[in-house]
Write a protein that binds this ligand. Sequence first.
Ligand code: PMP
Length: 401
Amino acid sequence: MPGGNTRSVLYYPPFPLAMARGQAARLWDADGHEYRDFIAEFSAGVYGHSNPVIRRAIDTALDSGINLSGHNLIETELAGAVCDRFPTVERVRFTNSGTEANLLLLAAAKVYTKRSKIVVFNGGYHGGVLSFGSGHNPVNVPHEFLLAKYNDVASVEALFDKHGSDIATILVEPMQGASGCIVGQPEFLRALRDLCTRFGALLAFDEVMTSRLAPGGMQERLGIEADLTSLGKYIGGGMSFGAFGGREDIMAQFDPRQHGALAHAGTFNNNVLTMSAGVAGLRELYTPEAAVELNKRGDRFRDALNQQFTASGLPMRFIGLGSLMNLQPTDKAICSVDDLAGLEHRIKDLFFFHLIESGVYMARRGYMTLSLPLTEEDMTHFISASAGFIERYRTLLTASQ
Ligand code: PMP
């Protein structure tokens, strides 16, 4: 592997930790150090490591054979669970990753509308080949993207004024996760819905990350009906997973009984391990009640951390929603990636290494996601480690402001 790496986000200098083992909300690295896991596979690991219910589901699937070369009996169960949970998803198809889900979603939108342009946002992340974080990305797929500013309705209106009749879809994250948990303002997201309706474009919500923030995802929480939705992460029970779905008439393009149906292939789309683990996860573990509870815990946890930063006078805050959050080196409001430019992001490195020393693992970029097995004691430990950071570095950081 070039640079010893096969997943770019996991690399950081001087060298990344290699994890050897996980159990519930704990991780052990290759040197045997133990960590409380506050990243939980970048939100896919909401069930924790080796959850017995997930394990049983995978064992049961294995008992009936792996890779059955046909429709199987579990895929409809997962499709049912997904459609029950996310009200605007009338029909769904499975993929192997969130990236792939978004690729298929965009194809569906373009063919359905017979239009070619796609509105996305600076700072948006929809997969490795659909990444709009930092300028031109040579790895991106070559669609006709139009870039707007997140939380800025005028910037989207300007694109529709110029290209309205050519725009197939707006693809938007209700909260920009990879760019640092920048929350989409409800009135902004509602304005996108109105613009799409007015111009005959489709509104596509990328809920790969945000679907866990409420029982029916952010669109349910906000009362906004997306035409298309992409899903991923924890919904496959921790196995490789992605899905795209939405309005029946749009998804009907993939109905193989129809003449000229769109093809959507994928050897592992209905693999029994993902299907089985996914059903167990949604039906037995991450129930609507569990989703509400975990997000409430996340809100309380973030408030406690931010109260410490406020009291210390340090311009640092965790931003985000519920169980997803990101440390940012400012106490000002952050509405788009423009508000993050020029800040001293090395403070996040310092925080990360301090937490590693304190036996806590999160993402180097300051991102963390909560999982079901995290205990109150784990959270208290994190809060004291953060207090220790303030104590240790306050003088240095205040002097450098
Ligand atoms: N969309 C969003 C919003 C994501 O956060 C991610 C992954 N971080 C993806 C798409 C891509 O999903 P995957 O990594 O499964 O391809």
